[in-house]
Design a binder for this molecule. Structure first.
Ligand code: GLU
Length: 309
């Protein structure tokens, strides 16, 4: 199979689908991104080769995909048992920024680490005396697991998130009032806004996905970065909650552990086979990249990567 040709065909097949989506505008700086951009990187674990096509070097905001690295860091620092005392591992059936499920179920902690409530709690579990220290740790860890020493904070997106993040503020204050995390609310929110505003490319995301797919051993140098059990748990939550309330549909029809972000990124980690990073900023109504999902669906079918088959 000529994978490079397949990636080019994948992009040709998906290029027009941005027309049925819209870039996110609730974070104003995201609204400026060109909706026609499309890039993909495929890390083939079997042959340890990386293939890439389209806008694979264009930096974009990692947004909710950051919930994967920050959960991994919290797990590495605190262990599985301690982290999952503060956040559950269940799909919500509600949108990523919903407060509803917490009130209805009278929960003592958020339902999973990939909705905003859960991600804010997970951010509070990163060791550090303040936002600057926590974010420094997060950024260094992201550099390591994406194998990219040049990752940086996108200041424009960060300021835009921080200025308009009132929904996240309400979620965080609600949780603070119910004693769901330790630390100062605004300080935790600040490092949460920063984690979402790191610039990445599809090449960075394919490396992160390949590390997860490879059970926590970096395929580019054979060094173990993550405990295997942490990589396993995170992939399983990606199956049940990685694509907002489209997670069930995506798992049934595409069938690869994935996580999306409102910046238009998508990662897929296919155990022992491949890591994939995709970028297409126009989103569907659930907040997932329209072209990204179409591209993944096409590629997964051509390469028989569905983990449930
Ligand atoms: N920073 C975004 C927010 O908190 C992330 C959302 C997302 O990518 O789903 O609203």
């Amino acid at each position: 199979m000529n994978i490079q040709k397949l990636l080019n065909d994948t992009l040709d097949n998906s290029a027009d689908s941005y027309k049925s989506g819209h870039v996110a505008t609730y974070i104003p700086a995201l609204g400026k991104v060109d909706p026609t951009l499309l890039g993909i990187t495929y890390y083939d674990l079997k042959n340890n080769l990386v293939y890439s096509a389209g806008n694979d070097c264009t930096p974009f905001a990692i947004e909710s995909i950051s919930k994967v690295p920050v959960l991994l860091l919290a797990l590495e620092e605190n262990g599985l048992k301690n982290v999952f005392q503060h956040v559950d591992e269940e799909p919500t059936g509600f949108s990523f920024n919903s407060i509803l499920n917490m009130e209805i179920n009278k929960r003592h902690y958020p339902m999973n680490p990939f909705v905003n409530t859960g991600a804010i709690v997970v951010n509070s579990l990163i060791p550090g005396k303040d936002s600057a220290e926590r974010f420094d740790r997060i950024l260094n860890f992201m550099k390591e697991i994406c194998n990219d020493p040049d990752l940086t904070l996108n200041e424009e997106i960060y300021h835009s998130e921080s200025q308009t993040g009132n929904m996240n503020r309400s979620l965080a204050y609600y949780m603070k009032a119910n004693d769901m995390f330790k630390g100062d609310v605004e300080d935790i929110l600040d490092s949460y806004f920063k984690q979402c505003s790191v610039n990445v490319t599809t090449k960075d995301l394919a490396n992160l996905a390949a590390l997860l797919a490879n059970g926590g051993i970096a395929p580019w140098n054979n060094q173990r970065i993550l405990r295997e059990e942490n990589a396993t748990v995170v992939k399983s939550i990606m199956v049940t909650a990685g694509l907002y309330d489209q997670s069930g549909d995506f798992s049934s029809h595409v069938g690869v552990p994935s996580k999306s972000g409102v910046g238009g990124g998508l990662i897929s980690a296919i155990p022992q086979k491949a890591g994939i990073g995709v970028f297409g900023p126009a989103l569907d109504k659930e907040g997932n990249s329209v072209a990204g999902i179409k591209a993944l669906n096409f590629l997964v079918k051509k390469l028989n990567l569905n983990i449930f088959e």
